[in-house]
Ligand binder design. Structure first.
Ligand SMILES: [Zn+2]
Length: 133
C-alpha cells in the first residue's frame, strides 16, 4: 500500500468522494486484483506516480496487497510480464484499462476468469457518474 498515494488523492477531493471513487474502482473487477485475481485490498497505479502516473480511474486499478507491494514503483505492464501468474488476457485488460476502455478491460477479465460476473447496468451508471464529475 502506498501511503503517499492516499494522501495525494485525498488532497484532490473530499474524503467521501475519494471513498466512493475507490469503491467504484473495486466494483469494476468484482473486488478482485486485476493482476492475479485474488481479492483486491488496495488501489494500484499502473504507471507509478514516480514516473508521472496520475491518480485517475484510467491509471488506477484494484490490486491485492501482495501485487501492489511487490510491484512497488515499476511500470505495471513490465512488472506483470515477469510474474508466474502472467495471463496475456489480463495483460490486455490492463492495457485497455489504461487507455480508458473499461468495458473492454472488464470483458477481457471475464475471459480470463469465467466465474467473474459483472452487472453492466451498474457499470454504465458508474461510468456516466464519474465522467460527469
Ligand atoms: Zn494480486
Amino acid at each position: 500500500m502506498h501511503i503517499n498515494d492516499a494522501v495525494f488523492l485525498e488532497d484532490l477531493c473530499p474524503k467521501f468522494r475519494f471513498r466512493q471513487w475507490r469503491k467504484s474502482i473495486h466494483r469494476f473487477t468484482g473486488k478482485s486484483c486485476i493482476y492475479c485475481g485474488k481479492p483486491s485490498e488496495s488501489i494500484d497505479h499502473i504507471l507509478p506516480r514516480s514516473q508521472g502516473g496520475l491518480s485517475t480511474t484510467e491509471n488506477c486499478v484494484p490490486a491485492c496487497l501482495s501485487c501492489n507491494g511487490d510491484k512497488s514503483d515499476e511500470n505495471a505492464l513490465y512488472w506483470y510480464r515477469k510474474q508466474k501468474f502472467y495471463d496475456p488476457r489480463r495483460a490486455m485488460a490492463i492495457r485497455a484499462w489504461l487507455e480508458g476502455d473499461l468495458r473492454l478491460a472488464i470483458r477481457l477479465l471475464q475471459w480470463a476468469n469465467p466465474d467473474f460476473k459483472v452487472n453492466y447496468k451498474n457499470y454504465e451508471k458508474d461510468e456516466s457518474k464519474y465522467k460527469a464529475a
